[in-house]
Design a protein around this ligand. Structure first.
Ligand code: MRU
Length: 369
């Protein structure tokens, strides 16, 4: 995607040095800054502190982290240590495990002297494949938007999305936003309702920034506004991303997604999740029971961060009484009965084991429960 007229991915490998470059997402939308990651520990920290975030990007970043580990010391002990450190950086997005499991066994098969080169090649491949995968998700999701546009030829299709599942959450294109970018590029009129997505406001800060940069009409709404808009015919379609989806089609995504799916169900509005197959956890079936939900720091709820235009800097202020505590579960699970379909790189599946296995028979077979 473009930033100020220049093409950018959210992560890339330096051509000159064994370094990885990322866009610092903690500073957007007010400051655009590129950060350099030099070690696998830097990389794990960048994932933990959400300098990079979004399930597919977390996977790609972990792959790059394993490359940095192999550059420093390609022994099996060191790579296993880096694997564990990266894997523990965030618990919910399964793309992290997917990327590391794809790389480590291949690295250990070759002599130590060849591991850094191979790690670079594999990390680059994971990044490039992510771009192609998300573009394919965009093409499949576009068919839904085109269909919705035919039903309302004289006004834009109103799409609600939650959190950030745009290009910043992946290497490029995004998942939920890929069909929206493609629809807009084709001249289909779209308007996006952007859930602000407390507590970290990825919708208000990142999704709104991406849509504005691409010229896509959008409106940021408070998280609690979606149900009201749906009751009043203001939403035609919901598309969200996912951090982990079970083989049976339960969709885990940013906290608050479940409530939007309930409201969509009550109002007969189609609710879709867009995700690459690397987000499907074939080893589990019951999302509510089996998906580990990240519990993040209380401070993300007790405080809010914003830009003080007079002081020209980011400020963080407390918004709840000093004596009150807060809880901060970062994700929730939308049971498959509330999901109308799953948009993948191979097509749109029903949220059911039969449909998902039919699209990805090999993955389903090799990663049985
Ligand atoms: O906590 P985050 O910002 O990493 O959560 C991101 C989301 O929940 C996204 O919706 C999800 O990763 C899908 S990304 C294409």
């Amino acid at each position: 995607m473009q930033v100020n007229g220049n093409p950018f991915r959210s992560i890339w490998l330096s051509q000159e040095k064994p370094e990885v470059l990322v866009i610092d997402q903690t500073l957007l939308p007010f400051t655009f800054k590129v950060r350099t990651l030099s070690t696998s520990s830097d990389t794990a920290l960048a994932i933990r502190e959400m300098v990079v975030r979004g399930a597919p990007l977390i996977g790609a970043t972990a792959a790059c982290g394993l490359f940095l580990a192999a550059v420093r010391n390609a022994s099996e002990t060191h790579l296993q240590h880096a694997y564990r450190e990266l894997l523990s950086s965030r618990p919910t997005a399964v793309n992290l495990r997917w990327a590391l499991d794809r790389m480590l066994p291949l690295l250990l098969e070759v002599p130590e002297s060849g591991r850094a080169d191979l790690a670079r090649e594999l990390a680059q491949r994971i990044c490039d494949e992510d771009v192609a995968t998300n573009s394919a998700i965009g093409n499949h999701g576009l068919t839904l938007i085109s269909k919705a546009a035919k039903a309302c030829p004289h006004r834009p299709v109103n799409i609600l999305t939650h959190c950030n599942a745009g290009w910043l959450a992946t290497v490029d294109w995004g998942t939920a936003l890929a069909p929206i970018f493609k629809a807009h590029d084709q001249g289909i009129l779209v308007h996006v309702w952007v859930d602000e997505t407390r507590p970290r406001n990825q919708g208000a800060s990142l999704t709104a920034w991406e849509l504005a940069a691409h010229g896509v009409p959008h409106t940021v709404i408070a998280d609690n506004a979606g149900g009201h808009l749906m009751q009043h015919g203001e939403v035609d379609l919901c598309i969200v991303g996912s951090d982990r989806t079970t083989r049976s089609g339960d969709v885990c995504n940013k906290i608050g997604t479940y409530l939007k799916a309930l409201a969509a169900h009550d109002n007969g509005i189609p609710f879709y999740a867009a995700l690459p197959s690397s987000t499907i956890d074939w080893k589990i079936s019951d999302g509510v029971r089996d998906i580990p939900i990240e519990e993040r720091a209380e401070e993300e709820v007790t405080h809010i961060c914003g830009h003080d235009s007079e002081a020209g800097k980011l400020v963080r202020v407390r918004i709840i009484p000093d004596g009150s505590s807060a809880a901060n579960p970062a994700f929730d699970v939308t049971p498959r009965k509330f999901v109308d379909g799953i948009i993948t790189e191979k097509g749109i599946a029903k949220a059911s084991e039969d449909d998902l296995v039919a699209l990805f028979p090999q993955d389903a077979e090799t990663q049985k429960i």
